[in-house]
Design a protein around this ligand. Structure first.
Ligand code: SAH
Ligand code: MG
Length: 203
């Protein structure tokens, strides 16, 4: 369901069109508007994004909020596309993109602090991303994960899926259970966009 009044200009529309044509899984409008609202309400300034793809979510976040984004993309083609898009959007001063694997590059980030971490990379690795980067969160920091419903396959019938897909869906379900049991955070999972979790670090 799509009920918001986000404004997209022709540049945004071109990114969305590119993503559609090239099957790049960018954040849905509904998820984006939710994320933007959370960032504004929490007065978040510094964001770490894991999984840039073509830079769409990072660009929309900084265009619509008063924030800075460090974003990580391991795929060189995606990284190049994102780098180009960030420059075209004139946002080189607000978005830093790193062409590294998030699970092999903690040292690059170890001295940084973030108000919000947005996890949107390989779905089977969510727990690893969470555990690797949570130490960088400020007090009252927030971790948001996208695609928690994974195209509505989570809670679907596992028998109807390919083996690899089933493994991935199982991993996401395990991550969800782990998240809800993790008492260092107050966590909720919403059926917004493709399913989004919000975890707020307790005092
Ligand atoms: N956040 C983007 C979409 C990201 S799609 C948007 O909404 O616009 C997921 C991306 O994560 C893919 O481009 C993939 O290459 C990247 N990715 C997956 N695993 C990764 C890892 N371990 N480190 C860095 N990037 C990763
Ligand atoms: Mg996503």
């Amino acid at each position: 369901m799509m009920r918001n009044n986000l404004v997209f200009d022709s540049f945004d529309d071109a990114l969305k069109e590119y993503a559609k044509e090239n099957k790049v899984p960018i954040i849905l409008d509904e998820g984006l508007s939710f994320l933007i609202n959370i960032i504004k309400v929490s007065k978040t300034k510094k964001i770490l994004e894991i999984g840039s793809a073509i830079g769409y979510s990072a660009i929309e976040i900084v265009k619509n909020t008063d924030s800075y984004v460090d974003t990580i993309e391991r795929n060189l083609d995606m990284y190049n596309e994102a780098k180009k898009n960030i420059a075209l959007a004139n946002l080189n001063d607000k978005i830093n993109i790193y062409n590294v694997d998030a699970l092999e590059s903690f040292d690059l980030f170890k001295h940084k602090k973030y108000d919000l971490i947005f996890i949107d990379a390989a779905k089977a690795q969510y727990k690893k991303f969470f555990q690797e980067f949570e130490i960088l969160l400020n007090d009252n920091g927030i971790i948001i994960c996208d695609n928690m419903n994974f195209h509505n396959l989570v809670n679907g019938n596992l028998d109807d899926m390919s083996r690899s897909l089933r493994g991935l869906v199982r991993k996401l379900s395990e991550f969800e259970a782990w998240l809800l049991e993790n008492d260092k955070y107050l966590s909720s999972i919403y059926d917004i966009g493709d399913g989004m979790s919000i975890s707020i670090k307790k005092e």
